[in-house]
Design a protein around this ligand. Structure first.
Ligand SMILES: *[C@@H]1O[C@H](CO)[C@@H](O)[C@H](O)[C@H]1NC(C)=O
Ligand SMILES: *[C@@H]1O[C@H](CO)[C@@H](O)[C@H](O)[C@H]1NC(C)=O
Ligand SMILES: *[C@@H]1O[C@H](CO)[C@@H](O)[C@H](O)[C@H]1NC(C)=O
Ligand SMILES: *[C@@H]1O[C@H](CO)[C@@H](O)[C@H](O)[C@H]1NC(C)=O
Ligand SMILES: *[C@@H]1O[C@H](CO)[C@@H](O)[C@H](O)[C@H]1NC(C)=O
Ligand SMILES: *[C@@H]1O[C@H](CO)[C@@H](O)[C@H](O)[C@H]1NC(C)=O
Ligand SMILES: *[C@@H]1O[C@H](CO)[C@@H](O)[C@H](O)[C@H]1NC(C)=O
Ligand SMILES: *[C@@H]1O[C@H](CO)[C@@H](O)[C@H](O)[C@H]1NC(C)=O
Length: 412
């Protein structure tokens, strides 16, 4: 009941918000996008990142094949602030089929802001399927020891991306089917819980990709699933998303919310996500954090979508700027050079803006500082895991959540 009410207020507030977005774009001579399900060439979030906290998991253990023991550390909340927080922490990169990954790269820059022309980007991790290159990349999946409470442990996948391997293996070129998942971490192994926070023993634990200013690029195909298995979970719903890397290291899909920091807001960013089979060729982008909502499962969706071309290879990605922008795009102009200039990135965007719309969502400015008693509430499932186990962010009771959303909408 609490969630339902705040969800309604969110929808109402959203319509107020979109009106003001139109005004903003009119000034910039860009076309407004003020409703859900509008096709765009660029999906952009602005004012992304807030001052907040989440509760880390300090212990995670499979006690036998059925049960587990996890401790959510209420006494030591992790505080974060600044551009794109909490996604400025280390993130892992997750893929769901139908999908074939051809290239992946992670870049960092010291200075980038949207539209900047003066800086450059350095590639720090790179995968190229055709040459079998994997620099600073580890392919993992939920393929290890099984446990009813934690799910399967994170472990090395073989070249299919789907089965357990004894050692780190470079992903091959075969297609990941509907609902199949794998993840990319860096090549740097975790050195105990002081280094990476608690992680499941017997699992493989690697560092993710840190930084407030970072860019992830992809070349991939997402062909239509033509099997007759249309009742299967996530049928023909490809996705690429980021999780705070602590989440999969403890448990991506636990049945106990104390086993994942997702539920208290460690953060998820959906880059390209097909949401349902009614719109199988629409890629949506969503932030799952508490920056202006108490409904973590619905999160903060962008209004627009990018077109999935099931019969053609796609290139694109997400660029996070020091100005709190997250710019999601698909462009055949995307290149994967070891160094890229801001002007290269800007040229992709100029070309996309010339023949399509920018769908912008500006987030509210939010500050949450004083942890109080937490409460748990049921909700629908999410790729972040912890299905049905979302916490209400403790400092954000439903009344204050509603007030800040509505005030924010009026203010903008
Ligand atoms: C790239 O940017 C850095 C500063 O972030 C600068 O020191 C370096 O000279 C630049 N490299 C080139 C090739 O422009
Ligand atoms: C590999 O990735 C890690 C992040 O986990 C980063 O700190 C490191 O600098 C990267 N290594 C190279 C050689 O770029
Ligand atoms: C890695 O494991 C696979 C089987 O999972 C095996 O075929 C391969 O030889 C192993 N490679 C190394 C370097 O140990
Ligand atoms: C899918 O589920 C529906 C309803 O449960 C059923 O009628 C249909 O036969 C199923 N289709 C397949 C291919 O299993
Ligand atoms: C989670 O931990 C709290 C104590 O921190 C405990 O009260 C609660 O029962 C735990 N929840 C589950 C599902 O184990
Ligand atoms: C499919 O997802 C889109 C985007 O979230 C949403 O607007 C639409 O209502 C959904 N359609 C159905 C039938 O659920
Ligand atoms: C892909 O399919 C669309 C229609 O679904 C068509 O317009 C387009 O030309 C096709 N592209 C290629 C490369 O076959
Ligand atoms: C992008 O390039 C691929 C080939 O690499 C091609 O099949 C596809 O049609 C191109 N897409 C667009 C939108 O031009």
């Amino acid at each position: 009941m609490l969630l339902k009410s705040s969800f309604i207020s969110l929808i109402l507030a959203t319509s107020a918000l979109s009106t003001s977005i139109s005004t903003k774009f009119a000034k910039r001579s860009e076309k407004p996008l003020n409703r859900y399900s509008s096709e765009a060439n660029i999906l952009q979030f602005s004012n992304f990142g807030y001052e907040g906290f989440y509760f880390p998991i300090s212990e995670v253990e499979a006690t036998d094949s059925e049960t587990c023991r996890c401790v959510k550390d209420l006494g030591n909340p992790v505080s974060f602030e600044g551009p794109i927080a909490p996604l400025s922490e280390e993130v892992s990169v997750h893929f769901r089929g139908p999908l074939t990954l051809e290239r992946f790269a992670w870049y960092v820059s010291d200075t980038y802001t949207y539209g900047d022309l003066t800086g450059n980007w350095t590639r720090q991790a790179f995968y190229d399927a055709s040459s079998g290159t994997a620099d600073n990349i580890t392919f993992l999946g939920n393929v290890g020891e099984d446990n009813a409470c934690l799910g399967k442990a994170l472990d090395f996948v073989d070249s299919s991306g789907l089965s357990l391997s004894k050692n780190a293996t470079v992903l091959g070129t075969s297609e990941i089917p509907s609902d199949g998942e794998f993840a990319i971490f860096s090549g740097v192994k975790c050195d105990g819980s002081d280094d990476c926070g608690a992680y499941r023993s017997g699992a493989q634990a690697y560092h993710g990709f840190p930084g407030a200013i970072k860019m992830f690029l992809f070349e991939f195909s997402a062909p239509t699933d033509t099997s007759d298995d249309s009742n299967s979970t996530n049928f023909n719903m490809p996705a690429i998303w980021l999780l705070n890397a602590q989440i999969p290291r403890t448990s991506q899909y636990p049945t106990n919310a104390n086993c994942s920091a997702w539920a208290s807001g460690a953060g998820e960013f959906d880059i390209f996500e097909v949401m349902n089979t009614t719109e199988p060729n629409h890629f949506y982008s969503t932030i799952h954090s508490f920056q202006g909502t108490s409904d973590l499962s619905t999160g903060l969706p962008n209004f627009g979508f990018l077109e999935r071309t099931p019969n053609a290879t796609m290139r694109g990605g997400v660029v996070f700027g020091g100005d709190g922008t997250a710019t999601v795009f698909l462009s055949n102009g995307t290149s994967f050079n070891p160094m890229l200039f801001d002007s290269d990135v800007n040229n992709w965007f100029i070309n996309l803006r010339a023949d399509g719309d920018v769908s912008e969502r500006s987030l509210l400015s939010v500050t949450q500082i004083s942890p109080a008693a937490s409460s748990t509430s049921a909700s629908k499932s999410s790729k972040g895991g912890a299905a049905g186990l979302m916490d209400l962010n403790p400092s954000m009771g439903w009344l204050s959540a509603m007030a800040s959303i509505i005030l924010g909408a009026l203010y903008i």
